[in-house]
Design a protein around this ligand. Structure first.
Ligand code: COA
Length: 541
């Protein structure tokens, strides 16, 4: 039995429940949450929107994308657990248009008229970041009531970044296209305003800084929507629109034509031919123990995610070539291919990270940078080892070594949180704060500064010592209620929906979809050249 940042690692405990049924239950709950996001503003607002002869936001996306191509939606659960609808009145994700991977950002006008609340803003900022880091063009499908007025204090000042990002993307040669289907007024007018290409739908688009009532108030002028900001006016008179579309289908067709003429070239590595995994991805459902303190072998996951060697292989090829397999065995690292693309993988094997594991990780990350190879981090860690022996052995400096390597590595990083992700282990394994290009979570994941029991226990010790220092009697019985409450709260806040709701991942995924999701990410990443770093900070050795 070992003790880590997360607490006791009592690996000997028997598995009490069926792993598959527990995972399937969690996936069913995930599907229900995704359905809520897909339902937008609900039946009443959907019907009203359709009665106006308009396409729904998801229909617009579907028509925009190449037929049969996938859409990698990012952050669909944002806002979960808040007072705002799940998804944040906006849909973001990577889709293929005329063979080009683009970031697509679509307002959902059925949710509060498409007004942007603090979660919509967070989601759109993350979409802009993904587009920037991976060098993707952006297509905005615009129809929004602008800032959510009751929460304007959280929107107005930070919101300006959205327009700044669009024009900076343009300067980086990452084009932006805005298709205006409806309201895009006041600050919202700067979405088409800052875009490189603008298409407006006849008799639908309304793009002005101030509508007729405000103009009347400000200047006394009597005017109307069409003269102030209609598609005809902007296409024929102001020049703020480049293309006039007769209807929504025509607008989407024209957007596809614009992309077809971008003269787009991917600059990253080409994929090699590949085989499907050697082990069945369905087996991932049997992998995760219901009690995360029980370890599992990540090679079981890796061989179900990466390319297989295929039948009849006599070359001695291996799907996963492990590096340093006999050293620092709590961390398994090695090389593989995924959808024909080279990757290095770091996966926790027995949860705890010790000095050897940290040093092995730092060396491996440097090797990946030396050969310009992206890295995939698979989390199931209880954190770095604690205790006198390990402190004296330099666990802090070795953990710092690993964190240095992760922080200064410039090859693209992908992270999947499969199980536990506690303490500084979350950092060393390239958690959200370390800017992975993409981070996805399995429904079985849990992330927190430490385990709930450990956290509540630490709080009790601190409270007891504080009372003793003051000469007071510690009320252990009374503190029990606080302890239970804290334990429950930390457990709840470490779960994937909660963390996804806050925007700490790019989505919670069915483990069986991991290979496809990572394949799409690696393809988007290959839009740009991959260049590893050979300069790291000072390594404390
Ligand atoms: N902030 C908060 N809520 C908003 C909103 C905004 N900017 N715009 C619309 N809503 C809400 C409405 O109050 C309504 O809520 P309810 O159904 O719970 O009563 C819901 O969204 C739908 O609005 P509605 O006006 O019925 O929809 P519509 O499709 O006919 O019109 C707009 C949509 C966006 C054109 C219209 O609502 C509007 O002009 N909104 C204000 C736009 C504005 O001035 N924004 C400030 C820009 S910075």
């Amino acid at each position: 039995m070992t003790v880590t940042e997360e607490g006791l690692d009592n690996a000997a405990q028997p598995e009490p429940q069926d792993r598959r049924s527990a995972m399937l239950e969690k996936i069913a709950a995930l599907d229900a949450e995704h359905a809520k996001a897909a339902a937008g503003g609900g039946e009443k607002y959907i019907q009203r929107h359709q009665a106006r002869g308009k396409l729904l936001a998801r229909e617009r996306i579907e028509l925009l994308l190449d037929e049969g191509s996938p859409f990698l939606e990012t952050q669909p659960l944002i806002g979960w657990g808040s007072d705002f609808p799940v998804g944040g009145s906006i849909i973001t994700g990577i889709g293929v248009v005329e063979g080009v991977e683009c970031m697509i950002v679509a307002n959902d006008p059925t949710v509060k008229g498409g007004a942007l609340n603090p979660y919509s803003l967070k989601r759109s900022f993350r979409a802009a970041e993904i587009a920037e880091k991976n060098g993707l063009p952006t297509i905005n499908l615009t129809e929004s009531g602008g800032a959510d007025l009751p929460t304007q204090k959280d929107i107005f000042i930070p919101g300006g970044k959205g327009f700044r990002d669009l024009t900076r993307a343009s300067a980086r040669k990452q084009p932006s296209i805005s298709v205006v289907f409806g309201n895009s007024t006041a600050g919202g007018a700067y979405v088409p305003g800052m875009s490189d290409y603008v298409i407006m739908v006849k008799e639908q688009a309304k793009v002005f800084l101030a509508g007729p009532p405000l103009v009347k108030m400000a200047t006394g002028e009597d005017t109307d929507d069409e003269s102030l900001g209609g598609a005809e006016m902007h296409s024929r008179i102001s020049g703020s629109s480049d293309f006039l579309a007769v209807d929504e289908h025509d607008a989407i067709r024209q957007a596809r034509r614009v992309v077809a003429r971008l003269n787009w070239r991917k600059r990253g590595p080409e994929p090699k031919p590949f085989h499907e995994p050697d082990l069945d991805p369905d087996g991932l459902l049997d992998l995760i123990p219901t009690d995360l303190k029980e370890p599992f072998d990540p090679r079981e996951a890796i061989l179900r995610i990466v390319d297989g060697v295929g039948p009849g292989n006599t070359n001695g090829d291996q799907a996963f070539d492990e590096f340093k397999p006999l050293y620092g065995t709590s961390l398994c690292v090695g090389w593989a291919r995924l959808h024909g693309r080279e990757i290095g993988i770091l996966a926790n094997a027995r949860g705890v990270l010790m000095s050897e594991e940290a040093q092995k990780a730092a060396q491996f990350i440097q090797l990946a940078n030396q050969k310009d190879t992206p890295l995939l981090f698979l989390h199931n860690t209880t954190g770095y080892m604690v205790g006198t022996e390990y402190e004296q052995g330099g666990i802090i400096k070795h953990g710092a070594l690993m964190i240095n390597a992760v922080s200064n590595s410039t090859v693209p990083h992908l992270t999947v949180i499969m199980g536990a992700s506690y303490g500084a282990g979350n950092y060393g394994m390239n958690g959200r704060a370390y800017d992975p290009r993409f981070l996805f979570t399995w429904p079985s994941a849990k992330s927190a500064v430490m385990g709930p029991q450990q956290l509540a226990g630490v709080m009790e010790i601190v409270a007891r010592e504080s009372a003793e220092k003051k000469g007071e009697v510690f009320d252990a019985e009374g503190f029990k209620g606080v302890k239970d409450m804290v334990e429950g709260m930390v457990e709840e806040q470490s779960l994937p929906f909660f963390l996804s709701g806050l925007g700490y991942d790019d989505g919670v995924i069915d483990p069986r979809d991991t290979r496809t999701v990572l394949g799409l990410c690696l393809s988007a990443i290959a839009t740009q050249e991959i260049e590893g770093a050979m300069n790291f900070g000072v390594f404390r050795v």
